[in-house]
Design a binder for this molecule. Structure first.
Ligand SMILES: [Zn+2]
Length: 347
């Protein structure tokens, strides 16, 4: 059968069968062979200025023999390095989510599932790794992606906050109040300490900042901590009419266009906050699938969404490779114990 005939057949399948077929491809096509080029890419990016030490960042490192790992049924050889300054040895995956993993090919399948936004149970069924293990994989990747940050905004910056309910989901004993099930609703009207504030700032080149600022309303000092190093008098801020934004812009001497959320005037020429508000609704829509997330992991989910939004939810070998390579470029020391015990704090 020619490929074009197969495609024709597929087009005639109903939606459910097409989805099943897609799952089948995710399960069977991504293989060992795909992980080779990804490791090469990680290595080249890590050592773009010469062999660089993972521990002390000195470029005085040299190759130091190879080591073998078992990946499924195959044995793969990988490069080891030694730093002449600190004396320590390291590999391309030291302090990355892939450290110690004997299942690099499964990681690729898992990243496919992450881009698809599958639940841990569904991913577990597809790739045959226990869902609790996948929970840690997910958060190892996300704790690395969380560290990707833009340097500074350019031009017009739209900025607005949105709120998520404070949640201790996953914790066995909830203290101080009755547990909510499946997200639930706040006891209070309006913005209270039960709500967690997320700031989204986005310029017109779509460079985006999206992080948890803390519980309750935004205050000026938190705003400065969050974006102070990324904005300057060369920017123009478009925000809602909340006083912290006004006070902040005034103090920094930044041109500012406030828009009342119930106001009639939503656009002044080039100035508006519609891009950031659209981002909020895409984010909220995507988050719905998780039925509420633990506040201590909220930043992880924000980084996940930002990544997916940036690649426009495209799920192909290029974006899978991009996600895995980027998550290996930031040091992560997230261990099982640390992830489980981490409590909500704003850094
Ligand atoms: Zn070193």
């Amino acid at each position: 059968m020619a490929l074009k005939d197969i495609i024709k057949e597929i087009q005639q399948l109903n939606d459910a069968d097409q989805l099943r077929l897609k799952d089948f491809f995710i399960k069977s096509i991504v293989s060992y062979s795909a992980s080779g080029p990804i490791f090469k890419e990680i290595s080249e990016q890590k050592h773009k200025d010469g062999y660089t030490c993972t521990h002390c960042h000195s470029t005085n490192a040299v190759r130091f023999g190879k080591y073998r790992i078992k990946a499924g049924a195959k044995v793969i050889e990988r490069q080891r390095y030694r730093c002449k300054d600190c004396g320590k040895t390291f590999t391309d995956v030291t302090n990355t989510p892939l450290k110690g993993s004997h299942l690099p090919h499964k990681w690729l399948d898992f990243i496919h599932c992450m881009i698809e936004g599958y639940s841990l149970r569904k991913a577990s069924e597809l790739i045959g790794v226990h869902h609790v293990t996948l929970f840690y994989w997910r958060h190892k990747v996300l704790s690395a992606l969380k560290q990707m940050e833009i340097d500074h905004f350019s031009g017009i910056v739209e900025m607005d906050e949105t709120y998520f309910l404070y949640s201790e989901k996953g914790k066995r004993k909830i203290t101080g109040r009755k547990a909510r099930t499946r997200g639930g609703a706040s006891r209070f009207r309006g913005i209270s300490k039960e709500q967690v504030c997320v700031l989204v700032a986005r310029d017109r080149q779509k460079q985006t900042y999206s992080k948890v600022l803390g519980q309750g309303r935004i205050v000026k000092s938190k705003l400065d901590q969050a974006i102070g190093s990324k904005v300057s008098v060369t920017n123009t801020l478009c925000t809602d009419a909340w006083r912290a934004f006004k006070a902040y812009a005034k103090e920094k001497g930044i041109e500012h266009y406030p828009f009342k959320s119930d106001g009639k005037e939503r656009v002044k020429g080039l100035y508006h906050i519609q891009n950031v508000n659209n981002y909020h609704s895409r984010l909220k829509g995507w988050m719905n699938r998780f039925n509420g997330v633990a506040t201590k992991y909220l930043d992880h989910y924000l980084s996940w969404f930002l990544f997916l939004d940036t690649i426009r939810f495209r799920n192909d070998s290029t974006t899978v490779s991009k996600m895995i390579v980027e998550s290996c470029l930031y040091p992560t020391v997230a261990t099982y114990g640390k992830l489980r015990l981490s409590t909500f704090k704003v850094s």
